[in-house]
Design a protein around this ligand. Structure first.
Ligand code: 5RP
Length: 226
């Protein structure tokens, strides 16, 4: 799993806080990453204690963890989520940068289909203006085309390398990832629309206005409606 900055305790507090929002009978979108993993484990404990929920995973990682902790799984064909719980690489109010785990394509359609998205993060992820590099999932053959389009928008794309494999990261969908540094993103909706319209871009990690509630872990946890 990729390294992140926040303390494990802070992430755990955030994850537990969001998992406590889940009620009997709900369908829950299960995001990806180390903070969401705490929420999934907490939900697993609650299922063992009798909570009736069904999960919709967003990645190989969240599916495997949900199975390990005993959360029954369904697909979007069975039901849409009442709530989704997901992490972020950076948040500014309801806007997010996601995709540090290269799962943002599935995360986006699961999170967007939920009635409410609860974001779990530690304080190190907070920003006034998003400036984290934006992951863009790209069809392998389209890398040069998307790189050129990103540069034309003032971005600096870097093909994400795998850590324990030679060559690039390959997503759960068989695609590659360009991490695109744009500096401060003052108009996230405009950049999101431009990236979405780029041929060869499968999905990007700008989640514009999607968050409903932030569960932010530090020494304690704060819950913010956005
Ligand atoms: C995966 C994601 C993750 O939610 C994001 O990278 C945050 O992960 P973590 O909680 O490990 O910092 O978007 O694609």
């Amino acid at each position: 799993m990729k390294a992140t900055d926040g303390s494990e305790d802070a992430k755990r507090r955030a994850g537990e806080s969001a998992a406590d929002r889940v009620e009997d009978g709900m369908v829950v979108g299960l995001g990806t990453g180390s903070t969401t993993a705490h929420a999934i484990r907490t939900l697993g404990d609650r299922v063992e204690a009798g909570l009736d929920v069904r999960g919709i995973p967003t990645s190989y990682q969240s599916r495997a963890l949900a199975r390990e902790v005993g959360i029954p799984l369904v697909t979007l064909e069975d039901a849409l989520p009442n709530v989704a719980i997901d992490g972020a690489d950076q948040f500014a109010g309801a806007h997010l940068v996601k995709g540090g785990g290269a799962a943002h394509a599935r995360e986006k359609f699961v999170d967007a289909s939920a009635d409410r998205l609860l974001v779990v993060a530690d304080e190190t992820k907070r920003a006034d203006v998003l400036d984290h590099p934006i992951p863009v999932e790209v069809l392998p053959d389209a890398v040069p085309v998307v790189e050129r389009a990103v540069r034309a928008e003032g971005g600096d794309p870097t093909l994400r390398s795998a850590e324990r494999k030679d060559g690039p990261v390959v997503t759960d969908n068989g695609n590659l990832v360009l991490d695109c540094a744009f500096g401060p993103v003052e108009a996230p909706a405009d950049l999101a629309a431009t990236l979405s319209a780029t041929p060869g871009c499968v999905e990007h990690g700008l989640f514009v206005g999607l968050a409903d509630e932030l569960h932010v872990g530090g020494e304690t946890v704060t819950v913010e409606r956005v």
